[in-house]
Design a protein around this ligand. Structure first.
Ligand SMILES: *[C@@H]1O[C@H](CO)[C@@H](O)[C@H](O)[C@H]1NC(C)=O
Ligand SMILES: *[C@@H]1O[C@H](CO)[C@@H](O)[C@H](O)[C@H]1NC(C)=O
Ligand SMILES: *[C@@H]1O[C@H](CO)[C@@H](O)[C@H](O)[C@H]1NC(C)=O
Ligand SMILES: *[C@@H]1O[C@H](CO)[C@@H](O)[C@H](O)[C@H]1NC(C)=O
Ligand SMILES: *[C@@H]1O[C@H](CO)[C@@H](O)[C@H](O)[C@H]1NC(C)=O
Ligand SMILES: *[C@@H]1O[C@H](CO)[C@@H](O)[C@H](O)[C@H]1NC(C)=O
Ligand SMILES: *[C@@H]1O[C@H](CO)[C@@H](O)[C@H](O)[C@H]1NC(C)=O
Length: 569
């Protein structure tokens, strides 16, 4: 071939063929020799198509012509002459030539995808350099149309259409679900892609429609459309999320109120279904009675123990989809045999009856005043000390019943003790100790200064301070609404002084009155011996029925008593 070309060149120089034949032959030959270069140009841009890659030496060139396809003439440039642009409709306004003979075309369009040939006439040679122009254009960002919002499980749904315009070559569109590309699989996924070429511009629009059959796993799945093109980076649409609708398979019934429940509480039940969207109404079964409500809650107001039981809810249109929940209403009934104020007589018996009915095992505790009792109080023989405020607390599962009552033990007054003591100076203090409730009033048989002090339950000590001016028998009378008691005591001036001398003034007189005392002591000793013998006998006999004396000063009292008795007799 090279040989043939060489021969032809020789031919041209020797003029052995007509010129146009030589040209035709030449172009064919050169074509083959130089091969077809390709230039890429962006749609709408200005592009330079080089002539033999810019390796044409200007000085050697006499004539350059750019032409296209078979017989389209664009321009020619003679050495040292202005460029002549042919009046070709396609190019006359868009072309120019550069110093290095590159053809410059502005506003490149798809129709410019063709072969341009640079013909160079040297002094003796004619060469042709054909160049293929390829025009590309990057596609637009993906546009989502026909977007649906809801997909139903098991039902094929057209989710969206993705569109990308103005591309050359045509863009590819790929759908992704959570970053995994989707392919038509003949079942759940069907992707339909269309490429339309615009007649005017020659650019392609790719549209891809995704039809998808959802499963439960598609809840929250993100779908994206990606546009891929050789001349641009991949472009992703914003993620698309769909509401997945699916039927209810199960309902659930909950008690939303905080238990445990007691009588009078409101109890709210809530029925929920696992379908999407959730049903707007439900059936509630209250004590076997069906109630259809346009809500998922049902409130039982002011429940009673009768409300204890099993509750159910179901779908309205599928009554076989049902759930149930048990409700227990706790109750605590406490009945006391007596209430308020209990008044009892001393020595009587008392038993408290507490009748408890409850839904569980209650706890009972007792208090008297502030002191805890270990067990329920039970009295065989009431004492004044049993009086007081009692509190009983019965509790169970947040329920609490408190009962208080006041126990009053009353009785006719009884004088427990009547004693005499030496008071200030010449005075004597009589003490009358009585027990009884309501608090007795006292009456003394003689005038004096009164005082009283209440000690423990029902016990009162009445005091009377007197100055005895002779031998007296003093009586103490105590009384209340229930009765009275009376006791007497003998008081003598003499015995008082004697008693005082013997007991308290002995030490003061010791030294001075040693003789007198000694003598007296002898006498006393003799009396004492007689007294002792007498006492021994008396105790065995009738003394026990006599008045009881205060223990601490018993000895002196006995002595005094004896003496006063003696004096009286
Ligand atoms: C080229 O064209 C310009 C005007 O367009 C003219 O002035 C000039 O003389 C021309 N040159 C030649 C060599 O024809
Ligand atoms: C998309 O919506 C347009 C109208 O908005 C409609 O003409 C077209 O047929 C729809 N395409 C699909 C695939 O549903
Ligand atoms: C477009 O898809 C075709 C066919 O699947 C493929 O050959 C080509 O490489 C794709 N182009 C891009 C830019 O991904
Ligand atoms: C129970 O509900 C009724 C009305 O629905 C209300 O008046 C009452 O206060 C509620 N009772 C309780 C204990 O919340
Ligand atoms: C006690 O005193 C009152 C007056 O203060 C007098 O009337 C009464 O007679 C007196 N009783 C005795 C027993 O002395
Ligand atoms: C008191 O009794 C004593 C003896 O019992 C007697 O000696 C005395 O005289 C009596 N005094 C008066 C004032 O009666
Ligand atoms: C008091 O003295 C009288 C006689 O004066 C006598 O009968 C009585 O028994 C005495 N009482 C007491 C408690 O000693």
């Amino acid at each position: 071939m090279f040989t043939l070309g060489f021969v032809c060149l020789l031919c041209i120089s020797t003029g052995c063929f007509p010129k146009h034949i030589v040209f035709t032959l030449m172009s064919f030959i050169v074509h083959l020799v130089s091969g077809l270069g390709t230039v890429m140009g962006k749609y709408g841009d200005t592009i330079e198509i080089p002539c033999n890659n810019g390796r044409v030496v200007e000085a050697e060139v006499t004539f350059v012509k750019w032409k296209y396809d078979k017989d389209g003439n664009i321009l020619v440039k003679n050495q040292d002459q202005n460029t002549t642009v042919f009046s070709d409709v396609n190019y006359k306004n868009r072309v120019s030539i550069k110093q290095d003979f590159s053809l410059v075309i502005t506003q490149v369009a798809m129709t410019d995808q063709r072969t341009f040939t640079c013909m160079v006439v040297l002094r003796e040679d004619i060469l042709e350099y054909p160049v293929q122009l390829a025009v590309y254009n990057v596609p637009s960002e993906p546009q989502i149309t026909n977007l649906t919002t809801v997909m139903e499980i098991g039902k094929p749904t057209t989710l969206a259409q993705c569109r990308s315009e103005g591309a050359n070559p045509a863009a590819n569109i790929t759908w992704f679900r959570n970053k995994t590309p989707l392919m038509t699989d003949g079942a759940a996924i069907k992707i339909t892609t269309n490429v339309d070429v615009d007649k005017a511009t020659g650019l392609s629009t790719t549209t891809s429609t995704l039809e998808y059959t959802a499963v439960k796993g598609d809840i929250d799945a993100k779908f994206t459309c990606q546009v891929q093109h050789i001349k641009s980076a991949n472009m992703d649409s914003s993620p698309l999320v769909f509401t997945v609708n699916y039927p209810t398979e199960k309902v659930n019934l909950q008690v939303v109120s905080q238990g445990p429940f007691k009588e009078g509480d409101n109890v709210t039940l809530k029925c929920t279904a696992d379908g999407n969207p959730p049903p707007s109404s439900y059936n509630f079964y209250i004590k076997g009675e069906k109630k259809t409500v346009d809500s998922n809650t049902y409130t039982l107001t002011s429940v009673t123990r009768e409300n204890t039981g099993e509750y159910q809810c179901s779908l309205v249109d599928h009554e076989d989809i049902v759930a149930s929940v048990p409700i227990t209403v706790e109750y605590l009934d406490v009945v006391f045999s007596s209430t308020g104020k209990i008044v009892k007589k001393l020595g009587e018996s008392l038993e408290m009856n507490v009748d408890v009915k409850a839904s569980g095992a209650p706890q009972t505790s007792w208090k008297k005043g502030n002191a805890k009792l270990n067990s329920q109080p039970k009295f065989d023989k009431l004492m004044y000390s049993d009086s007081g405020v009692y509190e009983c607390v019965v509790s169970m599962a947040g329920l609490k019943k408190t009962h208080t009552f006041e126990l009053v033990v009353e009785g006719s007054p009884v004088i427990k003790n009547l004693i005499k003591e030496r008071g200030e100076g010449m005075t004597k203090v009589l003490k009358c100790v009585a027990e009884g409730f309501p608090k007795p009033t006292v009456q003394w048989s003689v005038n004096g200064s009164n005082a009283e002090s209440v000690s423990e339950h029902g016990k009162v000590t009445y005091s009377l301070t007197i100055v005895p001016n002779g031998n007296l028998s003093v009586s103490c009378t105590v009384s209340n609404v229930l009765g009275f008691d009376i006791k007497s005591i003998n008081v003598s001036l003499f015995s008082t002084i004697r008693s005082a001398d013997q007991k308290d003034e002995k030490s003061d007189q010791t030294i001075l009155a040693v003789g007198i005392v000694f003598g007296l002591m002898l006498a006393v000793l003799a009396i004492g011996l007689a007294y002792w013998l007498y006492m021994k006998k008396f105790r065995q006999g009738s003394w026990k029925t006599g008045e009881k004396e205060d223990g601490s000063t018993e000895e002196s009292k006995k002595l005094e008593e004896n003496q006063s008795q003696k004096a009286d007799v």
